[in-house]
Ligand binder design. Structure first.
Ligand SMILES: CC(C)(COP(=O)(O)OP(=O)(O)OC[C@H]1O[C@@H](n2cnc3c(N)ncnc32)[C@H](O)[C@@H]1OP(=O)(O)O)[C@@H](O)C(=O)NCCC(=O)NCCS
Length: 172
C-alpha cells in the first residue's frame, strides 16, 4: 500500500474501533479542531512551547506533505456518529535512514492506546520507506510518550540531555 493511501483499523482498550490512516489535505479543519481540543500542557509537550495559534504557512507545512521525507498519520474515532480526528503522528526524515517522530492525541482520548497504535503504523511506513532509526526528544516528565516508545517492542536507547530525553528506536 502506498504511504499516502495507508489505512488500518485497530481495536482500543475500551473495545472501540479507531482508524489509523494517512493524513489528507482535506483534514485541515479537523486537524485544527483537534488542536483546539488539546490542553496547553499537551501542546507544550508536543511543541516544547506554549503554542496554540498557527500561521497558514505552518499549517501548510503540517498538511502538504510528500509521504516520503514527511509522513503523517491520523487517528479517527466515531464520535456521535461522525468521524473525528483525535490524534496524529508524523515523521520527518533528517539524515538518511533516520527520521524524527512526533505525536499528539487530544486530552479526552489519551490513555486508550491511540498513541501506541499510531506508533505501530508509523513503524510500518518507516520500514517500508527504508528507514533504520526513529528519533525523538521527549520531556522527561512525559511518561506517556516514553511508555509508548518503551513498550513498542523496538530496540530503544535513551540519552539524558539537559532538558530532554533523547530517544533512538531501531527499526532493523
Ligand atoms: C504522548 C501521547 C501521544 C501518548 O498517546 P496515548 O494515546 O495517550 O498513549 P497510549 O494510550 O498508547 O498510552 C501509553 C501509556 O501512557 C499512559 N498515559 C497516557 N496518557 C497519560 C497521561 N495523560 N498521564 C499519564 N499516563 C498516561 C497510558 O496509560 C499508557 O500506559 P499503560 O500502557 O501503562 O497503561 C499522548 O499522551 C499525547 O498526545 N500527549 C501530549 C503530546 C505529547 O506529549 N507528544 C509527544 C511529543 S514527543
Amino acid at each position: 500500500m502506498q504511504a499516502r493511501d495507508y489505512a488500518a483499523t485497530e481495536i482500543l482498550r475500551d473495545e472501540r474501533r479507531v482508524e489509523i490512516r494517512a493524513l489528507r489535505p482535506e483534514d485541515r479543519a479537523a486537524l485544527l479542531a483537534a488542536v483546539s481540543r488539546t490542553s496547553d500542557q499537551s501542546l507544550y509537550r508536543r511543541f516544547f512551547a506554549f503554542k496554540r495559534g498557527f500561521t497558514d504557512q505552518e499549517v501548510d507545512f503540517y498538511i502538504n506533505i510528500d509521504f516520503v521525507s514527511h509522513v503523517a498519520l491520523v487517528a479517527v474515532l466515531e464520535e456521535d456518529g461522525r468521524p473525528m480526528i483525535v490524534g496524529g503522528a508524523r515523521y520527518i526524515v533528517g539524515q538518511p535512514g533516520q527520521a524524527e517522530v512526533a505525536f499528539a492525541v487530544d486530552d479526552a482520548h489519551q490513555g486508550k492506546g491511540i498513541g501506541t497504535a499510531l506508533l505501530r503504523h508509523l513503524v510500518v511506513l518507516a520500514r517500508q520507506g527504508g528507514l533504520k532509526e526513529l528519533i525523538a526528544d521527549v520531556l522527561p516528565v512525559n511518561t506517556a510518550m516514553l511508555k509508548v516508545f518503551g513498550t513498542s517492542g523496538l530496540g530503544i536507547t535513551t540519552r539524558q540531555e539537559p532538558d530532554t530525553t533523547h530517544v533512538v528506536l531501531q527499526l532493523s
